[in-house]
Design a protein around this ligand. Structure first.
Ligand code: GTP
Ligand code: ZN
Length: 203
């Protein structure tokens, strides 16, 4: 029997009609930019870009709540669980240019824990869309809060925005930090413990 694929296992299966339509549009874009879309190096580019852009936005096809709910376990553990340094690749919704960096996520369980890999999976599910960093941060927090009803959730994202580096203001080293907290993390002591844990490196 063929095993049914989970939603995040299907992300490189592109719909032929959408790919063809996107490729057609990219042909026009490349032409409008002054290039010769028929030259050898560019011949397959519209289709490649069509697939790349679908990959970069595949989060729309994922249900982050369902991802968390697929691996929740009853456990009487009430300490802070931190998953830090999760790579984030997203796309700013204003310029459709990448922003990228790291997410640090923590929660304090209240009877339920979640499979650890599901945390980076939901970071990706929200990041692989057209986003602003603030909303991305809030969505991750809200999703964990809704699925697990924990004693608190904390999310910090540090990212560099290509729209501020390659163009526009052209500041190469600026890093934007956003954060979002619920419950216990609204208390100074708990928040400080989290900040200290994500600041310390293992080596
Ligand atoms: N708050 C927030 N702003 C973002 C994010 N990504 C990009 N931006 C900003 O979105 C803004 C859009 O501003 P506009 O003035 O409409 O666009 P623009 O003329 O291209 O702006 P410049 O980038 O300043 O050249 C810019 O200030 C970007 O830096 C994000 O994740 N969060
Ligand atoms: Zn931008």
């Amino acid at each position: 029997m063929i095993k049914e694929l989970k939603s995040y296992e299907k992300i490189e299966q592109y719909d032929a009609e959408i790919t063809a339509s996107l490729a057609d549009n990219y042909k026009t874009i490349i032409d409008n930019l002054g290039e010769d879309v028929t030259r050898e190096g560019l011949e397959k580019t519209p289709e490649r870009v069509a697939k790349a852009m679908q990959y970069l936005t595949h989060g729309y096809g994922l249900d982050p709540l369902e991802i968390l709910q697929s691996a929740m376990f009853t456990e009487d553990h009430k300490q802070m669980i931190v998953v830090k340094d999760i790579e984030v690749y997203s796309m700013c919704e204003h310029h459709m240019l990448p922003f990228f960096g790291k997410a640090h996520v923590a929660y304090i369980p209240n009877g339920k824990i979640v499979g650890l890999s599901k945390i980076p999976r939901i970071v990706d599910a929200f990041a692989r869309r057209m986003q602003v960093q603030e909303r991305l941060t809030d969505q991750i927090k809200d999703c964990i809060q809704e699925a697990l009803n924990p004693l608190g959730v904390a999310v910090v994202i540090e990212a560099q925005h290509m729209c501020m580096q390659m163009r526009g203001i052209q500041k190469q080293n600026s890093v934007t930090t956003t954060s979002s907290f619920t419950g216990a993390f609204e208390k100074d002591k708990t928040r400080k413990e989290f900040i200290s844990l994500i600041s310390n490196k293992f080596s």
